[in-house]
Design a protein around this ligand. Structure first.
Ligand code: PAF
Length: 255
């Protein structure tokens, strides 16, 4: 039977009774097949798997985006149970931020580029909450999707910078049949936006340069935040209506 632990104290009490390896999948809920892939790898590689469900307010630079973030608690628990998760950690904001976010963690270079250039403070919120979760959960390994490529690299960098005793495991992006990267935000797309959305993956793969990809997306009706090539990968973020989509691909992929 899956354990649902709602406070840091409850979680720590449960954690103290566990031995062996522990895999950790931090999420903000609204789980989909991409999260399921992270959980499947964790369950396979560890004696125990913990999933966290916490919509982290400090990483939303736009309060409207935070308010609109989908909450699908019952479905999330059902997916977790099916995947073989041992415990779900779902704390409240007050529990996780007793300092009211007066203490925070920053990376001062890469976090300011790509998404960081368009979402001020976003990665401070991500790194701070992930550090808190790692301190509480004390995982052997933690699993992150390659779709959030910049987040993944910043977390790998944080673990290295602070000599943290855990392994970060990247898991490949899970895509819909038409190529759209799975994301909790995809549900917010209208039918027309949803039919356009796979274009982001196609433009990244097929365009000869980042500039051409950005132009192609703009012509199709996307509001492009950025398309940038960096260290063998092409990264993009673009809005369809109110919904911001991100993706990244290996360069020269399929060419
Ligand atoms: O990728 C996410 O869902 C979030 O950024 C994370 C890592 C759970 C931190 O809130």
């Amino acid at each position: 039977m899956i354990k649902v632990l709602r406070t840091v104290e409850e979680f720590k009490t449960w954690r103290a009774t566990q031995s062996g390896s522990l895999g950790f999948v931090p999420t903000m809920g609204a789980l989909h097949e991409g999260h399921r892939a992270l959980l499947d790898v964790s369950v396979k590689e560890n004696d125990r798997t913990v999933l966290s469900l916490f919509v982290n307010p400090t990483q939303f630079n736009d309060p409207k985006d935070f308010e609109k973030y989908p909450i699908t608690w019952d479905e999330d628990l059902a997916l977790a149970e099916k995947a073989g998760v041992d415990a779900v950690f779902a704390p409240t904001k007050n529990d996780l931020y007793p300092d009211d976010y007066t203490y925070r963690l920053s990376e001062t270079e890469f976090s300011r580029l790509l998404c960081g250039a368009h979402r001020p403070g976003h990665f401070d919120g991500v790194l701070t909450v992930v550090m808190k979760l790692f301190q509480i959960v004390r995982p052997t390994k933690a699993y992150f999707g390659e779709k959030d490529g910049q987040q993944l690299q910043l977390i790998q960098g944080m673990v290295k910078a602070f000599f943290m005793d855990l392994v970060i495991v990247p898991v490949p992006t899970v895509r819909e049949i038409d190529g759209l990267a799975m994301s909790s935000r995809n549900h917010r797309l209208s039918a027309q936006e949803r039919s356009l959305a796979p274009e982001i993956y196609q433009a990244l793969r097929e365009s000869l340069s980042a500039e051409t990809a950005a132009q192609r997306l703009t012509e199709k009706g996307f509001r492009v935040d950025y398309v940038e090539d960096r260290k063998g990968r092409r990264y993009a973020a673009a809005f369809l209506g109110e919904t911001r989509l991100i993706d990244n691909v290996e360069l020269n992929y399929g060419r």
